[in-house]
Design a protein around this ligand. Structure first.
Ligand code: ATP
Ligand code: MG
Length: 468
């Protein structure tokens, strides 16, 4: 155990339980010797039934299984059945299939689902150890990710118990921090500025602030400053007196109507200079006049403003008042783009699905990899359309109709057939190793092999050794 590689192997195998299911006594002994030196605890099983019983009896970190369990069997059917049974009952346990070169295609098919790999017989000890270590590392990473997710869920549930989260859907840490902050500042009588890109959920966040404020039972009005022509914005906000302009009738403005409550000013960046001055005044003094009136009125309104514009830039360019900005952003809640909180994509996608619809694994992968320039609103639209157009209840990637990006994604560089074949041959069929050599993830290499029609026939293999 002198080399650094051996040391790291030891740390990853130490005290792990490996179950070897193979009818060959010699094979089980060989694994016992090999893995025990590295600190693993090895259990042997000669038949599939014994193997399942061993899995039920105590926790197992990894299974190594043969494909045939009787001297005369060569079809691999028993191995396939065993693999499926283990997957069904113990979905998280990694599995290594011991397979003959002649059955490579079956093995590739089986391991595509993940948390599994295959090793061709007769195996090379170093390569086998590498595969074992990779799968154990993968499993640790997964368990860790699951633990983190469970912790986050608990934190979210706790927050949801104390506050009204307005049915917002999220799983990311970034959103948790932001929403915790929103609920915390909600009670204070200060303006809140919500910034973030289009469709990211600024209005939902405003709703959360309002719903947890001291004035939650009071009026809550929303004005979209981007949807109104400039001339009408001031009339909408502050109201008009009869004859203020041609055809104007006496009308209560939103600041008056929201008195004692909350006003949500959406798309604040669109407010003109005149509107900005009046808004600043009402925020500072609570005073305003209706258009066409000299009578000063008073109001007390909590303002939540939202914008997708870069107000700091607008200030530098003289388009937005700095004093108004500092009045409004006493508390700034910065909503990240959906692409910056990928943990939220699938929970949101499932939330937007109609009842009885679900997503295929390919569709889920495509959703998490897409850039979402239109954020949550775009995701909502994609899911609505998919439910309408999908011929199946399980939505396939094609039904999502996602715009394809012009550049290939990072994990799939263009690799030709020869490069893959050679890497596979050098790795003696250990896909994990070939993938590492090619700089791809294992899954990416499988996808690549599939695309190129590279299965058993495509791999230049040594003469097939006899099956066990
Ligand atoms: N985390 C979330 N959970 C559930 N629904 C969400 C979430 N975020 C956004 N939505 C939904 O997505 C849509 C867009 O959200 P919202 O209108 O709040 O975005 P916005 O940032 O205000 O967009 P815009 O900049 O275009 O005004 C809405 O239908 C909203 O209900
Ligand atoms: Mg909005």
């Amino acid at each position: 155990m002198s080399s650094p590689a051996a040391t790291s192997l030891r740390s990853s195998l130490a005290d792990r339980t490996v179950l070897v299911i193979d009818d060959g006594d010699a094979v089980r002994t060989a694994f016992d010797v090999l893995l025990s030196i590295h600190g693993a605890h090895v259990i042997g099983a000669a038949t599939p039934a014994e193997g399942i019983a061993a899995l039920q009896a105590k926790p197992v970190d990894l299974v190594i299984q043969d494909m045939n369990f009787r001297r005369e069997a060569t079809s691999g059917e028993e191995g396939i059945a065993l693999f499926r049974e283990i997957r069904r009952r113990f979905p998280d346990v990694p599995i290594i299939l011991l397979t003959a070169w002649t059955h490579l295609e079956t093995a590739v098919e089986l391991v595509k689902a993940g948390a599994a790999d295959y090793v061709a017989k007769p195996w090379d000890d170093d390569r086998l150890l590498t595969t074992v270590r990779n799968l154990l590392d993968l499993r640790s990473a997964r368990t860790e990710a699951q633990e983190i997710r469970a912790e986050r869920r608990a934190a979210r549930d706790e927050l949801a118990e104390r506050f009204d989260l307005c049915s917002i859907v999220y799983e990311s840490q970034a959103m948790h921090t932001l929403i915790a902050m929103a609920t915390q500042v909600a009670h204070a009588d200060v303006p809140v500025l919500i910034t973030g890109p289009n469709g990211a959920g600024k209005e939902v966040l405003a709703d959360i602030v309002q719903a947890n404020s001291a004035v939650r039972a009071k009026p809550y009005l929303k004005v979209n400053l981007g949807a109104l022509p400039n001339e009408l914005i001031e009339a909408e906000l502050f109201g008009t007196e009869t004859g203020a302009f041609t055809g104007a009738r006496a009308r209560t403005g939103r600041f008056e109507a929201a008195d004692g409550g909350t006003l949500f000013l959406d798309e604040l960046g669109n407010l003109s200079g005149g509107g900005q001055a009046k808004l600043l005044r009402v925020l500072q003094t609570g005073e305003f006049e209706r258009l066409g009136s000299n009578m000063t009125r008073r109001t007390r309104v909590r303002v939540i403003a939202a914008t997708n514009a870069n107000l700091r830039q607008a200030i530098r360019e003289g388009r937005f008042r700095e004093d108004l900005f500092y009045r409004l952003n006493v508390i700034e809640l910065e909503l990240p783009a959906l692409a910056e909180r990928r943990d939220d994509i699938l929970p949101l996608a499932r939330h937007f699905l109609q009842p009885r619809f679900s997503l295929s694994a390919d569709a889920e992968r495509a959703l998490t990899q897409y850039a979402w320039p239109g954020n949550v609103r775009e995701l909502q639209n994609v899911m609505r359309r998919a439910c309408l157009l999908s011929p199946e209840r399980t939505i396939a990637v094609a039904a999502l109709n996602l715009p394809t990006s012009p550049t290939p994604t990072l994990d799939e560089p263009t690799l030709d057939r020869a490069a893959i074949e050679q890497a596979l041959a050098r790795a003696q069929g250990v896909v994990a190793q070939a993938a590492r050599e090619l700089g791809l993830s294992r899954q990416a290499l499988y996808r690549r092999m599939e695309k190129l029609g590279l299965k058993t026939d495509g791999v230049r293999s040594p003469a097939p050794p006899p099956m066990s």
